[in-house]
Design a protein around this ligand. Sequence first.
Ligand code: ADP
Length: 475
Amino acid sequence: RRALGSLGKSRAKFISAEETTGVTFNDFAGQEYIKRELQEIVRILKNDEEFQNKGIYCPKGVLLHGPPGTGKTLLAKAIAGEAGVPFFAANGTDFVEMFVGVAASRVKDLFASARSFAPSIIFIDEIDAIGSKRGGPDIGGGGAEREQGLLQILTEMDGFKVSTSQVLVIGATNRLDILDPALLRKGRFDKIIRVGLPSKDGRFAILKVHARNKFFRSEAEKEVLLQEIAEFTEDFTGAELQNILNEAGILTARKDLDYIGQDELLEALKRQKGTFETGQEDSTDIPEDLKLRLAYREASVAVLACYFPDPYRPFTETDIKSIRSQPNMCYAEISGRVFLKKLDYLNAIVRACAPRVIEEEMFGVDNMCWISAKATLEASRLAEFLILQTGMTAFGKAYYRNQSDLVPNLAAKLEALREEYMRFAVEKCASVLREYHSAVETITDILLEKGEIKAEEIWDIFQRSPQIPQPVVNP
Ligand code: ADP
């Protein structure tokens, strides 16, 4: 086996390579069933030949998905550590650059490095940055470049011979819904494992892992204190729980105490919750007129989300504490298998128009800002997807990867149809927002006053809102 040391320096900077990660499954707590599934993979990786003789092969790819901080990277490292194989890591965003060809060549580099040390593990964090649906919404640019990177990953994974030494590719994402389906096909990332937020028992187990190197007055007191923290930390990730213990350790040292006690833990919890809840120190820096626009944007998105609920992503809350190009509205993790119908696609286009429509209504056409431009971009891309890639519209029954695939007369047809869809979506959206104008105003007021609003309150306002009848808009 060649020394790994040379790799880190001489070859690509974007790859981080470790001979052994030193991480084991003992470092990951909670969600025991995940470990059980991965243990099987470790056994195959370790015992390459024995299993191959029996005709049992390691999956080529494992996809870990779930919210940030839930231990996906930790699990990937634990697989490498347990199997005793080198670990090559990169981030999906590293592949996407302005320069053509960079993505594909970086992917090649990564796989070549890992192959020369096989059996080994490749870990690609935020794989959605490179592996999102082709031809889908492309906020942030780099579409063609990204597509080449994605194709290269597919080529590399298809190219592995099962009979040669194994390279296991582990991907991590918190956006399973936007991944290109090609990545999830058999022989690619065909093992998909969800890493969710820990349960109460899971949180207790995680706290115990991170309390291993901390001092408590006694084992018994430690158990009681950690149980208490586990109780108070619903919705916390493993990373946040780890922070609480670290913070408590720092507070203890600052007070010159020998042991972590209840006061320090509760103080640390409060701090963690504080950063967790406000998160945006810059909220006061948002100018008043922009706050008003953000509030209207979120209110319009909320009303449309009530009128045309997304069957798979219920909204949870929104705020005006940060300035983002897309609405701040938060959604629950996708649940179950997605089964979108044409009407769901249409509704998504109408929903996407909301920030644009409300700006024009409230501020006038000459006073619209980037908020409208971003909404228009999003809605147009959704419309284009429906027209080109689903075969469900008057455009025709074929699939087109993107606009550049089209001969001129089809391109003209696309323009006309997209225009038609956008016109319909804007009109429909405007009709809904006028009908529920009083709900829009109420939600806007609450946002301006409190900075945030939860789904429950939004639904309540929506349902009580007196409706103002509007002329019917049909597609
Ligand atoms: P992700 O890759 O999902 O964003 P990470 O693996 O980077 O999350 O998690 C960050 C840190 O949080 C880990 O290094 C670990 O210390 C801690 N952590 C997260 N989840 C767990 C867990 N289930 N058990 C123990 N520690 C955890």
